[in-house]
Ligand binder design. Structure first.
Ligand code: C2E
Ligand code: MG
Ligand code: MG
Ligand code: MG
Length: 283
């Protein structure tokens, strides 16, 4: 309803804004408790590459989950917006990043394959001053090999950055820390191929909106093909997200997509389940 979309105008007519505010405060209390009780964990969704005709695990994306005492596993879509409105997102992103660093350390010690892991960074968080300092601190404190980490920035973030130069600086600073940088949800908003000219990202994640028609139409096939070939020409790694069907994967492998991430191969998994998919190192 309009009232839900415009709470401040609704407040002129009834008390719904006040009610919503109360609800928000309740939810915020619950969320703060979740931080205090350490109720967040990470799931890892494998990214696959094609080798010798079969798909093998080549990396993962870390996705946060809230293990709620009453509601079970809560997906990020249900609490990240509130985190973003209240500034808690910074704490959340750093918590996830640190968990991933510790995990990579443990894999190295246990002799598991050193696959890279990507971590999402919220736009609200990225806009804050010196936001990379905390990442540098965590890298130093955990002593992890930064080359195995990738920060996923959404295209949206970069697009609204006032100067494209700011976005470029940011990516360069991520590189200086030794990490890789990917452009997430490419194609979900007002993507511009011009971004690829100006931004030295390492990886392009094609949003699943590209595959909404299962790649049945020649038009969407042509668009995906040309983006993949552009990525290749720019030496940018390509990842297709949200792949659910065999036919989509067959098309993407044939079109030269580097990595596929989607329910077809695996959903986000608890870390132990992901580890069981990893081959030993130097295999
Ligand atoms: P994202 O970064 O684009 O992550 C991919 C989302 O697509 C994940 O949803 C994943 O579970 C889902 N997905 C993967 N394969 C498929 C598929 O085949 N079909 C469908 N329908 N969906 C698929 P999830 O885990 O619910 O996360 C949603 C979003 O929440 C993420 O989108 C990301 O923007 C955000 N997010 C997750 N973890 C974090 C975090 O630690 N920090 C921040 N700032 N954002 C996070
Ligand atoms: Mg992502
Ligand atoms: Mg994405
Ligand atoms: Mg997405």
């Amino acid at each position: 309803t309009v009232a839900e979309e415009y709470p401040s105008s609704a407040a002129l007519f009834d008390g719904s804004f006040a009610v919503r505010q109360e609800e928000e405060i309740e939810r915020l209390k619950e969320l703060e408790q979740a931080f205090a009780r350490e109720e967040f964990c990470i799931y890892l969704q494998p990214k696959y590459r094609q080798r010798d005709g079969h798909a093998e695990v080549a990396g993962a994306e870390a996705l946060v989950r809230w293990v709620h005492p009453g509601r079970g596993l809560v997906p990020p879509g249900e609490f990240i917006p509130l985190c973003e409105r209240t500034g808690l997102i910074r704490q959340l992103d750093l918590l996830v990043f640190e968990k991933v660093c510790l995990l990579l350390k443990r894999w190295a010690e246990q002799g598991l394959a050193e696959v890279p892991v990507s971590v999402n960074v919220s736009r609200q968080h990225m806009k804050t001053a010196h936001f990379l300092d905390s990442y540098r601190d965590i890298l130093q404190r955990t002593g992890v090999d930064a080359h195995r980490l990738e920060l996923e920035l959404t295209e949206n973030v970069l697009f609204t950055t006032r100067e494209i130069g700011e976005a470029r600086d940011l990516i360069e600073r991520i590189h200086q820390l030794g990490m890789h940088c990917s452009l997430d949800d490419f194609g979900a908003g007002y993507s511009s191929l011009g971004l690829l000219k100006d931004l030295p990202v390492d990886t392009l994640k094609l949003d699943r909106q590209f595959f909404a028609d299962s790649l049945h139409s020649p038009r969407s096939q042509a668009v995906v093909r040309s983006i993949l070939s552009l990525a290749r020409a720019l030496e940018i790694e390509s990842v297709a997200e949200g792949i659910e069907e065999e036919g989509q994967a067959a098309f993407l492998w044939e079109a030269g997509c580097d990595l596929i991430q989607g329910y077809l191969y695996a959903p986000p998994l608890p870390t132990a389940a992901f580890e069981s998919l990893l081959p030993p190192a130097n295999n």
